[in-house]
Write a protein that binds this ligand. Structure first.
Ligand code: DX5
Ligand code: ZN
Length: 216
C-alpha cells in the first residue's frame, strides 16, 4: 500500500516540523491539496507554499488540483516541484489534452472523480492516465465522513484495469482511516490519502506505519 498523507490537516504555522515528520515516516508521497474557491468552496494553499516545502524531502509530491482550468498551471506546478499532478474530470473540458500535457512535462498524470461521477466515465481515458483518484468525500474539506459507495467504485475500476492489463493506480481520498483502510485495500486500492487520521492522531508516524502495513 502506498500512503500519501494530506498536508491539508498539517500545522500551517509549523510546516517544517510536519514535513520533517513525514520525511522520516513510512509515508511514500506528500499529498498536497490545491483549492481555488471556484471548483470547490474553499481556498487552501498554492505554488509558493509547495515550492518552499520542496527541499524538505525527496519523497514524491502528489499534487491534487481542485481548481478550474488546471491546464493553465501545469508548468507552474512542475516548476514548484510536483511529481504527480492530478486534475479533476469535472474541471477539464479537454481532459485528454490536459493529461498529455502533464505527461509531456515529465510528471505522473492523474485524473480525479467526484463522488457523483461514475468510474465508467473514465473508459476512454483509462489507457492514457497513470492514476485515478476516487474522491470518497465531496472535495473541499478535510475531516468529512467516508462515503461507503466508494467500495463499489474501487471494485469496478480495479476489475476494468486488471482486465485491460493497465498499470493504472487507484488512489482513495477522503475520510480514510484505520477502520476502513483494510477494506479499501481488499476492494483494490493502491494508494491511500489520509489527512485528519494522520495529523490529528496522537502519534502520526505510528498511524502512517499502521496504514502502510494494513494488509500484513
Ligand atoms: C479533500 C482533500 C483531501 C483531504 C482529506 O478535498 O482532497 O485530500 O485532505 O482529508 P481527510 O483525510 O481528513 O478526509
Ligand atoms: Zn486530496
Amino acid at each position: 500500500m502506498i500512503i500519501s498523507p494530506s498536508l491539508l490537516a498539517a500545522n500551517f504555522l509549523d510546516l517544517q516540523t510536519d514535513c520533517k515528520m513525514l520525511d522520516e515516516s513510512e509515508a511514500d508521497w506528500f499529498h498536497l491539496d490545491v483549492m481555488d474557491g471556484r471548483f470547490v468552496n474553499n481556498i487552501s494553499y498554492g505554488l509558493p507554499v509547495i515550492q518552499q516545502m520542496r527541499p524538505t524531502t525527496k519523497k514524491l509530491f502528489d499534487v491534487h488540483l481542485m481548481i478550474e482550468e488546471p491546464e493553465k498551471y501545469t508548468e507552474a506546478f512542475r516548476k514548484a516541484g510536483a511529481d504527480i499532478l492530478t486534475v479533476h474530470f469535472e474541471a477539464c473540458r479537454h481532459l485528454h489534452r490536459n493529461i498529455q500535457q502533464i505527461k509531456e512535462m515529465g510528471m505522473v498524470a492523474g485524473v480525479a472523480i467526484n463522488p457523483h461521477t461514475p468510474v465508467q466515465m473514465l473508459q476512454d481515458i483509462l489507457e492514457e492516465v497513470d492514476l485515478v483518484l476516487i474522491m470518497s468525500v465531496n472535495p473541499g474539506f478535510g475531516g468529512q465522513k467516508f462515503i461507503p459507495h466508494t467500495y463499489n467504485k474501487i471494485r469496478t475500476l480495479r476489475q476494468r484495469i486488471d482486465q485491460l492489463g493497465l498499470p493504472v493506480k487507484i488512489e482513495i481520498d477522503g475520510g480514510v482511516d484505520l477502520n476502513n483502510a483494510r477494506q479499501l485495500a481488499e476492494a483494490g486500492a493502491h494508494v491511500l490519502v489520509a489527512g485528519s487520521a494522520v495529523f490529528h492522531s496522537p502519534d502520526p508516524k505510528a498511524t502512517i506505519s499502521a496504514l502502510k502495513h494494513i494488509t500484513d
